[in-house]
Each structure stands twice: as structure tokens, then as C-alpha cells.
Design a protein. Sequence first.
Lengths: 304, 177
Amino acid sequence: MKRGRLLIILSIILVLSLSLTSAGLFSDFWGRITGKATEGATALNITVGNSDPTIPFVQAISATDPSIGTTKSITFNFTAQDTDGASNLNDSTAAAYFQRAGEATRSNTSCTANTAVGNQKNYTCTIDMWYFDQNGAWTINATIKDINSAYGENSTTTFTYNLQTAMTMSPTTLGWPSIGLTDTDIGSTDDPITINNSGNDVNLNINTIALDLQGETTTTQYIFANNFTVGDTNQGCGGTAMVNDTSTNVTSAILQRGNNSLNYNNATSGQEQIFFCLKGVLPGISAQSYSSAALGAWTVEIVT
Amino acid sequence: MGKNIIAVALLSLFIIPLILSAGVANSYWDDNPLKLAPGESTTISLRLQNEEEEQITMETSIDSQIASLVDGNEYDVPPNRVSVPVYIDVEIPEDAEIGTEYMILVSFKQVSSGEGGMLRLSQGITGKVPVEVVGEQESELYGEPGEGSNFVWVIITILLLITLFSVSAIRKRKRKE
């Protein structure tokens, strides 16, 4: 009987205390006793886990030849992965860069997204390399962000950009005004000959191979190759005398690589200008036309 | 009228390009020589390009004691930067010392008549292929399939056949027992 009453009383106390506590009376009571705040506004930062995207695969690029005087498009794929799902990848941030110390970075900041498979997506990028970009190993840097701007990158692979020794030359003929037998130091009316380095080779020497010019009417008469000089300054009359059928270096004319379209006519734009000069003719040759038609064209060559 | 026709005909004979443009691509340069071991040989290529709108012909010559042209010395190069390979056989002497450096000089000269002006110009390019004699493991050919690896495959095949015969023989004995 006593046990039954005790249980009933304890149950009533428990029910009352629970209801008082849930109503906040107890906490208020505690606050009044201790003076401590029982409630207040608190800023909460709740971080929902976001995994950074990764780029587990970058397609190998085989060694590539430059294209003379223009760009060479290189297309390759990379795979991006996001453990939060491929839909978490921000396609518009897929980009790729070709990098090499001391060189301008070549890039494609709008690589094309392909179909997703699982939590991976493949991207296709095309990057243009210029003819004057340095030969050697270039780092392939593929990057992407997810929709939370978390960043993933892979720059572990390289590709080789080959050496291109190339030239573009204009004009391709030389003419002289009518000259008298006693005239000397006459520059060509087509000077200068502009030579562009349309590849990426450097420190190229410029040589010329001259041949005697034969008379077109009296074919036994010639203006000899060594009557001509070639140089890299105006008229070229102070330049090097040429030797028949022999490669002759144009002193101090050196071609460097550069962007020809700058058209500075110097090393920065990868250009050189050379001048041909007729020093004079042998006394006694007849007045007639002399040309390269019989013995062949002269050669302007670049030498690594 | 007759005079005019002759003049035009003469002009058309002498139409010449205003620009000459050609190039040679190369996989080897001073900092990246072709590395071969003594006695090894390989075939490399240089690639000719022509930026002009018409085909050109390049006459090729090689200056080297260890290299020779594979396909003769004249190459037609089509327009618009189509690459034309020029194959070169390279053979390192058996007695070459490791560390020896060779330089293969390859010259290309455009075949061109001298007609078309008082003095016509053509273009030429001289490229080089540096070669370094190295130990076998440093060689570019190291690990590539060759005669040696064929021998290894023959040995492996023989061993596999012996194993198969042995297994079948053991099975037959067990069946008889």
C-alpha cells in the first residue's frame, strides 16, 4: 500500500517537473539564480562536405611540328572527376594551358564538355601554338572548378614542340637599272630582300650562293658573281663580295625567332633585310641584258 | 594584236612567286640530341613544308660520316604546309666511344630555273641533327622491340610448350594409375 502511494507521488512529481522544464520555467528559474543568459542569437556555420574536383587523366600529346608562318592547332582530352557527382563540375571553367618558362602561355579557356560517365566527365581542348614558340618541353596544365568554385588541376604531363627551321623571302627577283660601263656601286632596284624566320629556330646565319650572269645576246660574255656584294645595310655595297657557286655568309645578318607580323624588320620580329650591290662591270663587255636564265637562280639560304 | 599575244605569252612563261617560303621540322637539336649506343642504327626523319601555293622541289644533300638519305635526294613538297618526310639512316660505328658527338648536316635547296627576271632567287635551308654516342641504357632504342626481344619471345614460347607437355604427361600417368 505504502509502495503504491510512493510510486503514484513520484509519478506526479516527474510529470510536473517535465512540464515545467518544457515550459522553460526551470531554465528561467536557473537563470534568475545564476544571472547567466538562458537564450540568445548565435550564428552557426554548417559546412556541408564538398569535395574538390580532380583531373585524373590528361591525354598524351605526341611531339608536334610547328606550322611555318602560322599556328598549329593541338587538340587533346582530359578527364575531370568530382566525387560529389559529375554534375557538380562547372563546365564553363574547364580550361587548359601550355606553359614554358620565358614563353607566352598558350591557352583554351573554353574547353568542350563531353558526356559524363559516373562521376567523371571528359573535356576536349584545342590550343594554338605559334610558329615562333620555343621548341622543347611544354607543360600541359588542365584545370576545372566545381559549382562551389573548388579548384582542380593537373600539370604533371608535358609535350614536345619540335624545332622548325624555316624562312619566307620576298621579293624573289633582283633587277638593276641600265648602267654604264664606268658606273660603280649600284644597288638593286629590288633591295632590300626581306627574310622572315617563319619557324622557331634561332641564331640562323644567312648565306648566299651566287652564279655568274650570262649575256642574253652575246652568250660568251658575263657579269661575274664576284662583281656583286651582299650586306645587311643599305645598298649592300660595303658588304661581302660573292664567289661563283660558293656559299657566302652575309656578315652580321642573323635571324632570330619572332612574330613576323610585327614587321619591325629586326630580331624582335624575326626578320632580316639583305641588300645586293653591283660593284661594277668588266670593261669591254657589250651593252646587252645579262641574267640568271642560263646558269641558274641565286640561292639565299638559312643555316643553323 | 599579234604583238600583244606574244607579249602575254612571254609574261606567262615568267610568272614567278612573289614570296618563297619553306621549312624543315626536326625532332633533334643541341639540347636534345639523338642518342644511340655504339653499333646501333636507326632511321629518323626530317619533315619538309612548303607555304607556297604551288608544289616545289627540294634538292637534298647530307654531310655526315654516319648518315645517309633513304629515298634519294629530290623531294616534291606540295603546297599548303603538307609535311613531306625525308628519311635518314643513322648508324653508329661499333668502335665509337661513348661521349662522341656527331653532327649530321642536311641541306635543302629549292630547284629553280634562273628565268623570270634579271636575277632570280631561290631558297635554301641547312639543318642539323646532333647525335651523341651513349651507353645502351641511355639509347633512344633502349627497350624497343628488336632482335634481342625476339629471342626472348622464342625462349618463352619453348618454355610454355614444355610446361604444357609436362602437364599433359602427368595427367595421362595419373589416369593410368
